[in-house]
Design a protein around this ligand. Structure first.
Ligand SMILES: NC(=O)c1ccc[n+]([C@@H]2O[C@H](COP(=O)([O-])OP(=O)(O)OC[C@H]3O[C@@H](n4cnc5c(N)ncnc54)[C@H](O)[C@@H]3O)[C@@H](O)[C@H]2O)c1
Ligand SMILES: CC(C)[C@H](C(=O)O)[C@@H](O)C(=O)O
Ligand SMILES: [Mg+2]
Length: 365
C-alpha cells in the first residue's frame, strides 16, 4: 500500500481533544517509518447535526469508504439529555450504522493491566497482575439491531427489543475469536445466557462446531452473570472471551475497571478485509470536556491497533505501545490516573500527555 488514507471522525465533547493527540502520534509514527499518510476529516455526530440536521450524512459514508481505516472519537451527548434533539438518536443514527455499513462485525477490546498503574485497580494487585483478556464482541447484530416494537397493553406502553442471531453471524465471529486465540494463550470462553435465552443456545451449538476445527484451542463456556463475577475475582483464567453485542459492551466496561480508568482502552472493529474502525471504548465524557484533562491514551492506542490490524505494521504498533508504557513508567499522569502518591509535577493535561508520548516515540528501542 503506498499512501495510507485515514478518515478521522472527531466525535463530541472530549472527542476532538483526544483525537488531536492520536493524530499527533499517527503523524509522528508515520514520519519515523516513512509512511505517507493522508488524514481525511469526516463530519459526523454533533457537528454534522448542526450543519446537515443528521448525525451521519451520506457524504461522510461515501468518503469513509475511500479510506483504508477510520479513527473515531466518541459520539454522544450527556446521558441525562436523552431527549435533546441534537443528541437523541446519535447512537442509532450514527454509531451503529457506521459499524453496520462497513460490516465491522468483530469488535476487539483487550484489557491489559499496565504495571506502573497496578495500584489504581480497585482489585487486589495479586489478582490483576499479568491480566490479559481479549473480549471479542459481536458488533453488527443481536439486540442492538433486532426488531423493535411498541404497543399498548392494558392501557400502558410496552416497548420491546429483540435479541436475534443467525448461525452465520455467530460462525464468522467465532472463527475470528479462535484465530485470535491461536496467537495468544489458546483459550476461548464463550459467554452467553443459554439457561434462559434461545439465541444463546444457538451460540453454544455453533461455537462448538467451530471449536471442532481448532483442536489445539481450549474451549469453555460460562453464563454471563457468572462471567461478570469471575472477571473481577479471577480475571487471569480468561484469554479470549467470545460474546454477543450487548454482553460484550457491558463486560468490556467492567473489565476496564481492573486497570483503574476507562480512559486507557482502545478498540478495533473489523470485518473480512483489512479495513478497520478504531475508537476508544469510552464515551464523550461531557462533564470533563473542554478542560484539557481527558486521558488521550485510549485514542493513542487506537493508532497502535490500526498499525497492527489494518496496515500489518507490528513494529510501529509495538513502538507506540512502548512509548505509552515508558511515559507511564516515568510517572506522567493525567487526572483520571493520578493519586495522592503521585508527583504533582508529573500531572499532565491531555495535550501535554500527547506531547510526552510523542517525545518517547523518538527513543525507539
Ligand atoms: N463508541 C462511542 O462513540 C461511545 C461509547 C460509549 C459511550 N458513548 C456516548 O458517550 C456519552 C457519555 O457516556 P457515559 O457518560 O455513559 O460514559 P463515558 O465513558 O463518557 O464516561 C464514563 C466516566 O468515565 C470518564 N471518562 C471517560 N473517558 C475518559 C477519558 N478519556 N479520560 C478520563 N476520564 C474519562 C468520564 O469522565 C465519566 O466519569 C453518551 O452519549 C454515550 O452514548 C459513545
Ligand atoms: C454508545 C453505544 C452505542 C456504544 C455501544 O453500546 O456499542 C458504546 O457503549 C460502546 O461501547 O462503544
Ligand atoms: Mg459501551
Amino acid at each position: 500500500m503506498s499512501k495510507k488514507i485515514i478518515g478521522v471522525l472527531e466525535g463530541d465533547f472530549i472527542g476532538p481533544e483526544i483525537m488531536q493527540e492520536a493524530v499527533k502520534i499517527l503523524k509522528k509514527a508515520a514520519a519515523l517509518y516513512n509512511h505517507a499518510v493522508e488524514i481525511v476529516p469526516l463530519e459526523a455526530s454533533g457537528t454534522a447535526y448542526d450543519r446537515y440536521g443528521c448525525h451521519l450524512p451520506p457524504s461522510t459514508l461515501a468518503l469513509a469508504g475511500q479510506c483504508h481505516a477510520l479513527l473515531k472519537g466518541p459520539f454522544g451527548g450527556p446521558p441525562e439529555e436523552l431527549h435533546h434533539p441534537k443528541w437523541s438518536g446519535v447512537e442509532q443514527g450514527a454509531i451503529l450504522p457506521l459499524r453496520k455499513h462497513f460490516r465491522l462485525y468483530a469488535n476487539l477490546r483487550e484489557t491489559k493491566v499496565w504495571e506502573p498503574l497496578m495500584h489504581l485497580s480497585p482489585v487486589k494487585e495479586r489478582i490483576v497482575r499479568n491480566v490479559d483478556v481479549l473480549i471479542v464482541r459481536e458488533l453488527t447484530s443481536g439486540i442492538y439491531f433486532g426488531e423493535k416494537k411498541e404497543r399498548m397493553l392494558n392501557n400502558e406502553r410496552v416497548f420491546a427489543d429483540t435479541e436475534a442471531y443467525s448461525e452465520s453471524e455467530i460462525r464468522r465471529i467465532a472463527i475470528k475469536a479462535f484465530e485470535l486465540a491461536s496467537k495468544r494463550k489458546r483459550k476461548v470462553t464463550l459467554v452467553a445466557k443459554s439457561n434462559v435465552l434461545k439465541s444463546s443456545v444457538l451460540w453454544r451449538e455453533v461455537v462448538n462446531q467451530v471449536a471442532a476445527s481448532y483442536p489445539g484451542i481450549e474451549n469453555d463456556y460460562m453464563h454471563v452473570d457468572h462471567a461478570a463475577m469471575q472477571l473481577i475475582m479471577n480475571p487471569r483464567q480468561f484469554d479470549v472471551i467470545l460474546t454477543s453485542n450487548l454482553f460484550g459492551d457491558i463486560l468490556s466496561d467492567e473489565a476496564s475497571v481492573l486497570q483503574g480508568s476507562i480512559g486507557l482502552f482502545p478498540s478495533a472493529s473489523l470485518g473480512d478485509s483489512a479495513f478497520g474502525l478504531y475508537e476508544p471504548i469510552h464515551g464523550s465524557a461531557p462533564s470533563i470536556a473542554g478542560r484539557n484533562i481527558a486521558n488521550p491514551i485510549s485514542a493513542i492506542l487506537c493508532i497502535a491497533l490500526m498499525f497492527n490490524h489494518t496496515f500489518h505494521c507490528v513494529t510501529e504498533a509495538a513502538r507506540i505501545e512502548r512509548a505509552v508504557r515508558r511515559t507511564l513508567e516515568s510517572g506522567f499522569r493525567t487526572r483520571d490516573i493520578f493519586t495522592g502518591e503521585d508527583d504533582p509535577r508529573l500531572l499532565l493535561g491531555t495535550s501535554e500527555m500527547g506531547d510526552r508520548i510523542a517525545g518517547m516515540l523518538d527513543r525507539g528501542d
